[in-house]
Design a protein around this ligand. Structure first.
Ligand code: ZN
Length: 428
């Protein structure tokens, strides 16, 4: 089967892709953006839409204990390690339509194209729509893939969801899952039964726009260390208090933010890719006032890097900075809960295969480290050979202005389909 024939079969799936993109947009419509709430109606309806399309393609559907949806194209040898592709269907609050969903639809379209060509898989090909990838819902991301691979901390089941205040366990149960099985640490996917995991996802930065390339073969996914609730405690005081007596928690927070940015600049100069983000940064709303020196302050931190050793070194630096600022400002800085996401190593063979498929299809691609965390990182951390294709996207993500062109997604689907055909299909 030539790449050109596969590309033509993929192009013929464009109406299906557009119908489903429009469908998930309608489900998530929440002006000024898109909200598909995790373990809630938004994600459930998107799953139902995708499930209906998968049934139409003759795929076998199954839902696991974390209520992830698996859609399998059965292979000739059902006991052989399968190929998995997938992404997530939830979004952030007032986000864009494509973060996550585009990757699930890409998998469906690739399978539809290969089936249409009369191919059949040698082993199962499973498309996975994971639950709750976005950290906004429970202050912990990648929940569906972590749960599937036995990587979900048991304590996470008690986390309250944004918007409902109900626990993750309750939400999983509502969606037909079994939180008890997850609490027991049961692995829903045994890594040895998966030969490879591939994820298509929009790029969450404008680097492909800058490089004038439709897609990227991802070179790595950053691991992260997250502190959702850092608390700084000083002392509330009168606005007239001389500076030397103050224990100003807000200024300590400002020091911490600027010290972390200085660290980032230093690493950038040294050529070591990383990022740090302080998404929440505020005085305490029940106490703050114009005429009170703030004694309390809260912030969050996401620190990310592409190598485990580098990330560990950055965490050491963070602790040093925190100790220095606490002493200088006379405050205590409690970093609080710590969540870690593993660095996602991309498999060199899969990377080469995807790049080669793109070259043979005449599709411009540009190797790129993913700026964001993805479900794929969990599969890589579980020891499963993993690859990712990133799709050009204007205006970033996690905002209503996310903008992916369907033509660019179709290019990624063509590359995915060629890879799947060559790695795991035969003439029926
Ligand atoms: Zn995503």
């Amino acid at each position: 089967m030539t790449p050109a024939r596969i590309a033509a079969a993929v192009a013929a799936q464009r109406p299906l892709v557009q119908r489903l993109l429009d469908g998930v947009a309608e489900i998530g419509a929440d002006p000024p953006g898109i909200t598909r709430d995790a373990f809630g109606p938004g994600e459930n309806q998107a799953q139902a839409l995708v499930a209906e399309a998968a049934r139409g393609l003759g795929l076998v559907l199954a839902s696991d204990a974390a209520a992830n949806l698996a859609m399998t194209w059965p292979g000739a040898d059902r006991s052989a390690p399968r190929l998995m592709i997938g992404s997530h269907l939830d979004s952030v609050l007032h986000g864009g339509n494509f973060d996550g969903a585009a990757g699930v639809l890409a998998g469906l379209a690739a399978i539809a194209a290969l089936r249409g060509l009369g191919l059949r898989p040698r082993q199962d090909i499973t498309l996975l729509a994971t639950r709750c990838e976005e950290a906004v819902w429970f202050q912990l991301g990648l929940i569906g893939s972590r749960a599937a691979l036995g990587l979900l901390p048991v304590a996470a089941l008690g986390l309250p969801r944004t918007g409902t205040g109900r626990s993750l366990a309750d939400h999983i149960r509502d969606c037909g899952g079994e939180p008890e099985a997850l609490a027991a640490g049961t692995r829903l996917i045994e890594p040895a039964t998966v030969r490879a995991f591939l994820e298509v996802h929009i790029e969450q930065a404008p680097q492909l726009v800058e490089a004038d390339a439709a897609i990227a073969v991802c070179t790595g996914i950053p691991g992260n260390i997250r502190h959702p609730r850092i608390r700084i405690t000083g002392e509330d005081a009168h606005v007239g208090l001389p500076r030397r007596f103050r224990r100003d928690a807000a200024l300590a927070g400002a020091d911490l933010a600027l010290a972390l940015e200085a660290l980032w600049r230093e690493e950038e100069v040294a050529g070591r890719a990383m990022a740090c983000t302080i998404g929440r940064f505020h005085t305490l709303a029940d106490r703050h006032a114009m005429t009170v020196v703030p004694g309390g302050f809260e912030m969050s931190l996401d620190l990310r890097a592409y190598e485990a050793g580098h990330l560990a070194a950055l965490e050491q630096r963070l602790h040093g900075i925190v100790a220095r600022i606490a002493a200088a400002r006379g405050v205590t800085i409690d970093l609080g809960e710590r969540n870690a996401g593993a660095v996602g190593q991309m498999d060199p063979g899969i990377r080469a295969g995807l790049a080669d498929a793109a070259a043979r299809l005449g599709i411009a691609q540009h190797p790129l480290g993913s700026p964001a965390s993805h479900d794929a990182a969990d599969f890589a951390a579980a020891g499963i050979p993993t690859g990712m294709l990133l799709v050009r996207n204007r205006n970033g993500s996690h905002n209503p202005h996310e903008e992916m062109e369907t033509a660019d997604l179709m290019a990624a689907i063509a590359v995915l389909a060629v890879w799947l055909a060559e790695a795991g299909c035969e003439a029926a």
